[in-house]
Design a protein around this ligand. Structure first.
Ligand code: NAD
Length: 457
C-alpha cells in the first residue's frame, strides 16, 4: 500500500500569531515504516549491554544541554514561553535522560527460595517492546523525554507523535538523538518523531497493529479515554498522564510570604498552562483578605506570556466570564486585551461559588480562584471535591496541620510548603480522572517493563 501524503500544517508563534513553519504531515506510510523499523530495531537495542544503553542516554543528555540555547529558542518561538523559562524546561527535559541513564543499570529483580522448599523464584524484567508516545504542547521537550528516556533505558523502541502546535522542538530533539545514535552505530529505527495533524486516525491505525506493545499519553482526559478504549482491542499496556484540577490549601498557620511565593510558582509557570497548576486556592478565612491582596500584587507585577492559541484564550475568558456571572468578584484582570498575540491578563477571582464551572475544570491560564474555609477539615474536603487527582498543595507551619494535609489531600502528588514539585527523580502521575502510570523516579521505568517470573529448581 502506498499513500502519498502531501498535505502540510502550520506552526504558529502564539506571541505574534505569525506562521513560523509549514511542515509536511507524516501519514500512514511514514507511521507504518516507523513501526516496521522500530519492531526490527528492538532486538539489537535490547541486546546491548545496559551499561552501553546508559552511556548513550547520558550522551543524549549532554548533547541536549550543549544545544540548550538553540532548543530554548525553538520552544520560545512555538509556545511563546519566555526564553529563560524555556531554558529551564530544556534542563528539566534533558535531566530525564541523565536520570534514566542511571536507572538503565539498576533494574529491579529478586531471587528467593519458594516457601514450600520445592524450588526457587527468580523475578526479572523484560522490555514491553515498541511504544507509541503522544505528547501535548505545554512542555514540548519535557513531556516527551520523560517517555523516551525510560523507554530506551528499559530496552524498548519508541515512536513519538508531538503536539501539532509544537512539533519543532521534538524534531530538533530527534536530530540530537539521531546524531548520538549515529556515533554509536545504533539503528535509527529505535526512535522516530512523527509530526502530523492526523493524530486520531493514525494512532488508531497503529494501535490496531499487533507489533505495537504500548501507548503512553500525556494530554487531556477526554483524549486519554479515547486512547484507552482503542488500546483495549490489542490489550496494549498503557500509561495516561491526564488533566488536573489542583487545590492549593493555605492553613491559618501558614507562612503567608512562603504561601504567596509557592502560589506564584504553582499558578504562573508557563502562564498557568501546566497540568499540576494550582487551579483553586482554598484559604483559611482569617487570612484570606491578606492572601488575596498579596497574591494579586505579585501576579499583577509578573510578566505574563501568551497562552498557546486563540481557542485556548477564548476558553479561559469564557470560564472567567461565567464565574463572574455566577457571582465571583474580580480582584484583578478578567478582560481580554487588544493587540496581537494570544494574551490573557493575570486574573484573581474571589468568592467563586462552589458550583461555578471554573472550579471544576482545568483553567490552563493565569487565573487564580480564591475561596475560603473555616476549619482545615473543611478546606481539605473542598480540595478533594474533584474527580481529578493529579497534584495538590498544602501550606502550614503547624506540624500537625501539615501532616494532616500530607495524609488527606487526595492526589498522586502532594506538595507541602512547596509550590514547585516536578522532579525527574520523583514519580509524576495521578489518580482518578487524572489517569494512571508514573513518569520519572524509580517507578518511571516500570511502565516500560513487564515482570518475568522464572521457576527454578
Ligand atoms: P490534547 O489531549 O488535546 O492533545 C494531546 C496530544 O494528543 C496531542 O499530541 C494531540 O495531537 C493528540 N491527540 C488529540 N486528539 C487525539 C486523538 N483522538 N487520538 C490520538 N491523539 C490525539 O491535550 P493538549 O491540549 O495538547 O494538552 C493539554 C492537556 O494535557 C491538559 O489537559 C493537561 O492537563 C494535560 N497534561 C497532563 C500532564 C500530566 O502529566 N498529567 C502533563 C502535561 C499536560
Amino acid at each position: 500500500m502506498t499513500t502519498v501524503d502531501i498535505d502540510t500544517f502550520d506552526v504558529v508563534n502564539p506571541a505574534t500569531g505569525e506562521v513560523i513553519a509549514e511542515l509536511p504531515n507524516t501519514g500512514t506510510t511514514e507511521w507504518f515504516e516507523a513501526l516496521e523499523k522500530a519492531d526490527h530495531a528492538k532486538a539489537d537495542w535490547v541486546a546491548l549491554a545496559p551499561r552501553k544503553r546508559s552511556e548513550i542516554l547520558y550522551e543524549i543528555f549532554q548533547q541536549l544541554m550543549a544545544d540548550a540555547d538553540e532548543i530554548a529558542e525553538i520552544i520560545h518561538s512555538e509556545t511563546g514561553k519566555a526564553v529563560a523559562e524555556a531554558k529551564g524546561e530544556v534542563a528539566y527535559g534533558a535531566e530525564y535522560f541523565r536520570w534514566f541513564a542511571e536507572e538503565a543499570v539498576r533494574f529491579p529483580g529478586r531471587f528467593n527460595q519458594a516457601p514450600n522448599g520445592n524450588g526457587h523464584i527468580a523475578v526479572t524484567r523484560a522490555p514491553v517492546g515498541v511504544v507509541l508516545a503522544i505528547t501535548p504542547w505545554n512542555f514540548p521537550i519535557a513531556m516527551a523525554t520523560r517517555k523516551i528516556a525510560p523507554a530506551l533505558a528499559a530496552g524498548c523502541t519508541i515512536l513519538v507523535k508531538p503536539a501539532s502546535e509544537t512539533p519543532l522542538t521534538m524534531i530538533k530533539v530527534g536530530e540530537v538523538i539521531a546524531s548520538v545514535f549515529e556515533k554509536h552505530n545504533i539503528d535509527q529505527g529505535v526512535v522516530a518523531i512523527l509530526p502530523t495533524v492526523r493524530d486520531a486516525e493514525l494512532s488508531a491505525q497503529l494501535m490496531a497493529d499487533s507489533r505495537l506493545a504500548k501507548i503512553t499519553f500525556t494530554g487531556s482526559t477526554r483524549v486519554g479515554k479515547i486512547l484507552v478504549r482503542q488500546s483495549a482491542d490489542n490489550l496494549l499496556r498503557s500509561s495516561m498522564e491526564l488533566g488536573g484540577n489542583a487545590a492549593f490549601v493555605i492553613d491559618e498557620a501558614a507562612d503567608l510570604e512562603a504561601a504567596v511565593e509557592g502560589a506564584m510558582q504553582a499558578k504562573l509557570r508557563n502562564t498557568g498552562q501546566v497540568c499540576i497548576a494550582a487551579n483553586r486556592f482554598l484559604v483559611h478565612e482569617s487570612i484570606a483578605d491578606e492572601f488575596t491582596t498579596k497574591l494579586s500584587a505579585a501576579m499583577e507585577a509578573a510578566t505574563i506570556g501568551p497562552v498557546i492559541s486563540a481557542a485556548q484564550r477564548n476558553r479561559i475568558a469564557q470560564l472567567v466570564d461565567e464565574a463572574v456571572a455566577d457571582g465571583a468578584q474580580v480582584i484583578i484582570g478578567g478582560e481580554v486585551p487588544a493587540g496581537e498575540g494570544f494574551f490573557y491578563p493575570a486574573t484573581v477571582l474571589r468568592d467563586v461559588p462552589a458550583q461555578s464551572r471554573i472550579l471544576h475544570e482545568e483553567i490552563f491560564g493565569p487565573v487564580a480562584t480564591i475561596t475560603t474555609f473555616a476549619t482545615l477539615e473543611e478546606g481539605v474536603a473542598q480540595a478533594n471535591a474533584t474527580e481529578f487527582g493529579l497534584a495538590a498543595y498544602g501550606f502550614s507551619e503547624n506540624v500537625r496541620a501539615a501532616q494532616y494535609l500530607a495524609q488527606h489531600l487526595e492526589a498522586g502528588m502532594v506538595g507541602i510548603n512547596r509550590g514547585a514539585i516536578s522532579d525527574p527523580a520523583a514519580p509524576f502521575g495521578g489518580i482518578g480522572q487524572s489517569g494512571f502510570g508514573r513518569e520519572g523516579g524509580t517507578e518511571g521505568i516500570e511502565e516500560y517493563l513487564s515482570v518475568r517470573y522464572i521457576a527454578l529448581p
